[in-house]
Every structure is written in structure tokens, then in C-alpha cells.
Design a protein around this ligand. Sequence first.
Ligand code: C2O
Ligand code: CU
Length: 440
Amino acid sequence: GATGTTGTHGTGHAAGSAAAKAVTVDSLKGPKTGTPDRRFTLTAQEAKLKLASGRTVDAWTFNGQIPGPELRMKQGELVEITLVNKLKDTPVSTHWHGLDVPNGEDGVAGVTQDAVAPGGTYTYRFRVKERGSFWYHSHQSSSEQVQRGLFGPMIIDPAEPTRPVDQDVTVQAHSWDTDQGPTLALGTSDTLDRRTARPGQKMRLRLVNSDVLTRTFTLTGVPYKVTAIDGMDINEPGELTGRRLVVAGAGRLDVEFTMPNTPVRLAAEDAPNAGIAFSADGRGSVEPRFDGPEFDKTSYGKPTAQPFDANSRFDRTFDLTLDEWLGFYDGGFALRMTINGKVFPDAPMLMVKEGETIRVRFLNRGQEDHPMHLHGHHVLVLSKDGKPVTGSPIWQDTVLVRPGEAWEIAFKADNPGIWMDHCHNFTHAQLGMVMHLAYE
Ligand code: C2O
Ligand code: CU
């Protein structure tokens, strides 16, 4: 393992080396041979780019664009992605957020690989198990690098088309630091983006939140269904109107609707004047509304059999309390983001054995949202505030735990290695809210 390097969240640490005795990352790679079905190259490079409003961004990009290129592939394919680093002084890596790849392909600098130095390259190879809406981002100094643009969408089509649509639109929401201050853009649109959609067309919007903060979207002018959360299909989604669609930092939501005769508007609460307006002639729009009830995923869709539920017995349970802490730390007065009162590397290490079923209970006692992201595994949401999920199973990679909330999740330990489990608010991660999951 590459435990000596400075990691994503600014730490060389001891946690990895203990576990590395049991598991070597090098033995946990994707297929080394075989002709890939898809090849991509991601070149990290600087670029000065303009958003739709004319505001400019001094960006760190993949392939000279923000967001980075959409990597489009099919479920089951063998993909090979070469990362080339042409940044001046900045080492990078690439993490496939939400994909359960072999540990050695996970792209976490300081844990599963060394960061790729300027002038260097690194090749990732893995077979894609999932399908749906995902994204990739640098996992080296993530707080700065993702903010500046080192990310992009990763869309995986099913091997056989299941619900074909006429327009499949990826909407990557990100707050950019521009020459005129911070601004939210959907893709590169930080003003209203007017598009044409013919009445009767089947539409899919893939909302991807690459910010560290929670974002609330609304879709005005049409009934719709939320068909996937974090890329995982919802079972029998019902029709909704006017909901506030809350998407965690790093989270995704797929929304589908049939285009009506009147305009439809996608908007984000923090930037009501931006967004996307769809209309028959490409000129219409409608005022966005933000006054509806919040979308409740825990009662949405229909239940269907899963490997475990809130009443199952689990091999291990971890109780994790998330909080803020202000006090003396490392010789100075500091704010820290804690797990069970500790910060990385003293935060709990989640030790598991392959084949075990694991339950994690998160409780947020602080004032801030914590989008908790476990690498390499999908987790099933069991309950919120003690109430079991009554709708569709919800499999997530990033579970939003808001102030006062208690979420119970579970997963199967089926992907050996050393995995990050951290708050995807990278500022919180830097302030200590980072753990590792390791296999005995
Ligand atoms: Cu999306 Cu550890 O990251
Ligand atoms: Cu957090």
C-alpha cells in the first residue's frame, strides 16, 4: 500500500499500515488483461474558462473543460481510464464516486495509490458493475481540487436499454469561484438556459451535486418521478409534483417526466434565476416555485425483498455520533468535526470480516449537514429517526445526516481492502471527519 504519501485529507497516517498486513492493495486490482470495451483519457490541466454569464474561472480541469468530460459506458463493460497530470505543481488522483471497484482502483491518494505527480500518468482498469448516474473527482487535496474543477459526470447505461428516453440530460451543479465572486452553475450555465423539448418527449434529468453543501432543486410545471437516488433505481416510483428535491453534497437524483405543452423549469434554491427552462419553441419559461413539501425518500416507491432490513440480525453494529468541537487542538484554538468525539486518525476504525453484515447508526448532534460517504460499498437505508423505511429500498453511497437526525444503514462486507468513510463536505473531512473501513 501507499501509506506514506500525503493523503486526500492532508494526512499520512498509521491506520492503513496496520490493515495493509492483512490485505495488500496491489492484489486488489481490476482485470490486468483483456481488451477494454472503453478507453478514456483524463488530462488534468489548467484552463481559463467562461461560464454562460461571461464570468471567468481559473480552473483546474480534466481535458480543458468544466465540468470534465462525461464518461459514458455500459454496465458490465471493462473500462480503462488513463489519468495524465499536466498541472504544474499539483499531484492528483481520480476516484469513481459511488462505483464499487476493486480497492486498488479506488483512486484515493495516500490509501490505495500514490498521488500522480506532475508529468506522471496512472491507468485504472475495472469492470463496471453498476448502472446509473455517478461522477468522478480528484481524491488528492479534494477540498481545493474538486472546488477548482477536477471532476465530471460518469453515466452508465444499462446493458440492455430499460426505460429509453428522448432527452437524457446530465445536470452537474457546482459553485464556482469566478472573477466576480462565487456563482452556482448547472453545467456551464449560471444564467437561465433555455432549451427545446417537444410535447410528449420522454425526459430524464440526472442531477449531480458536486458541491460540498446540500442543494435543493425544484421542477416546476410538470408532474415527475424520482427514478433513482445515487444512481440506484427506485422500485415503482410514484408521481410527484412541486417537491423540494434535496440532494446531498456528492449525491445524485434522477428525475423523469413527459414534456407537456407548457414550459417546465428546473431550478436550484440558491440560484432561482439560473436553471434550465424546457419549452416547445425553446423560448418559454415559468417561474420556479420552492414552497412545496420536501421529497421524503423513506416512504417513496414500493418495498421489495432485500438482503436485510431494520429487524435483521447483524454481525457488527457501529454507533457513530457526528458533532462539532471548538477548543484547543494541536496547540491552537480550532474547530474540529468529530466522530464519537474524535478526529482522524483517532476516529473509530471500522474493522470488518469479509462476508459479514454490518449496521451503522449515525446520529448528528451538531449544527451542520454531513453527507457521509462510504467507498467501495453500497449501503441500504434501514431507518430514519427510528422509523423503518416503508417505501422502495434506498441503496446509497452518500447518506445525508442533517442536524438532529438519526440514520440507520447496513451493508455487506463484500469488497476487501482499505476504504475511506468520510464526510463529503471536504472542509469537514479536513477538520477531522474521516474514518477508514478495513478488513481483518
Ligand atoms: Cu466522492 Cu472519498 O469521495
Ligand atoms: Cu460534514
